[in-house]
Write a protein that binds this ligand. Structure first.
Ligand code: IPM
Ligand code: MG
Length: 355
């Protein structure tokens, strides 16, 4: 298996280094893994004047899976829009056709106290958000800022074709089948035509999955319900922009955004795996970041791209073990727990992984 390793910016290199330690530990046991590193985001701009250098895209395109850290930093905010780090991320998603973004939100029982919500509201939480990742207002044309009637207007286009909705619907129903067989489709069909079509296609596709109970919810209500009673959800499916927002909200249910991995898949289960958090420039280079979301992203890589569920479970169990041992990076630390650095956390997971 060939893995393209794209650390990116900010805390990206530190957290990816911990995930690479886990992969190296598996390789030492005989797993056939090749890794090659390349710059993306601000690092890509610094190295090659492009947030997605051609060589990086070629490497990622040829790999079986991509492991990504995070992109972005204040030093790049003044660049022209196409040169900004976030553009590199959006382009690699689009170029590799990674249309299905899986964002699980799971609460480890020991972290109930780290969530901003009451423990009884979040304990036992196990939710999967399937976010469409290559369409919607993120990519719809036309877009721009121009002068109309003597003043500037900014505009974007919310657009989904039925084939785009259908393919992500099949992924979501497939995942719901393996989970609690409950799928909630989130849109804004009371206002938006784009959402009306989304909902129609979801209902059509549901005929292929009679065992899955499909429900529909407007995004504003879904945002409220996620905070009010998150355990009512099993699997959610939604468009790019709504999924962006709802997945950040869901992350807080699990104590810290530093705990949440993600997978972005194409139709052949090739995938890019990344924590859902950003590059955290304020703590970059200080060995303080939580590497668990990135390590859990490696577990997702084993689950979805390598179809090696035993190793995926092993990595997830190693993370559970270090949490149970009381090790905490700053973001999940609560009184009485042992505060550890990013690299100490990585080492602890590697130790916990040992048979
Ligand atoms: C995410 C991020 C990205 C997005 C940004 C960095 C472009 O917020 O992965 O959720 O909006 O998709
Ligand atoms: Mg986001």
């Amino acid at each position: 298996m060939k893995i393209a390793v794209l650390p990116g910016d900010g805390i990206g290199p530190e957290i990816v280094a911990q995930a690479v330690k886990v992969l190296e530990a598996l390789r030492a046991e005989g797993a056939k893994i090749e890794m090659e590193t390349a710059p993306i985001g601000g690092a890509g701009y610094d190295a090659a004047g492009d947030p997605l250098p051609e060589a990086t895209l070629a490497l990622a395109g040829a790999a079986d899976a991509v492991l990504l850290g995070a992109v972005g930093g204040p030093q790049y905010d003044a660049l022209d829009r196409p040169l900004r780090p976030e553009r590199g991320l959006l382009r690699i998603r689009k170029e590799l056709n990674l249309f299905a973004n899986l964002r699980p939100a799971l609460l480890y029982p020991e972290l109930a106290g780290a969530s901003s919500l009451k423990p009884e509201v979040v304990s036992g939480l196990d939710l999967m958000i399937v976010r469409e990742l290559t369409g919607d207002v993120y990519f719809g044309q036309p877009r721009g800022i121009e002068v109309r009637n003597g003043e500037r207007v900014g505009f974007n286009t919310m657009l989904y074709s039925e084939s785009e909705v259908r393919r992500v619907a099949h992924v979501a129903f497939g995942i719901a089948m393996k989970r609690g067989k409950k799928l909630c489709s989130v849109e804004k069909a009371n206002v938006l035509e784009c959402s009306e079509l989304w909902k129609e296609v979801m209902i059509e596709v549901s005929k292929d999955y009679p065992e899955v109970a499909l429900s529909h919810m407007y995004v504003d209500n879904a945002a409220m319900q996620l905070i009010r009673a998150p355990k009512q959800f099993d699997t959610m499916v939604t468009g790019n922009i709504f999924g962006d927002i709802l997945s950040d909200a869901a992350s807080m249910l699990s104590g810290s955004i530093g705990m949440l991995p993600s997978a972005s898949l194409d139709e052949h289960n090739k995938g890019m795996y990344e924590p859902i958090h950003g590059s955290a420039p304020d703590i970059a280079g200080k060995n303080l970041a939580n590497p668990l979301a990135t390590i859990l992203s490696v577990a997702m890589m084993y689950r979805y791209t390598f179809a090696d569920l035993a190793t995926a479970d092993r990595i997830e169990n190693a993370v559970k073990k270090v949490i149970a041992q009381g090790l905490r990076t700053g973001d999940i630390w609560t009184e009485g727990a042992r505060k550890v650095s990013c690299s100490e956390m990585g080492d602890a997971v590697v130790n916990a992984l040992a048979r």
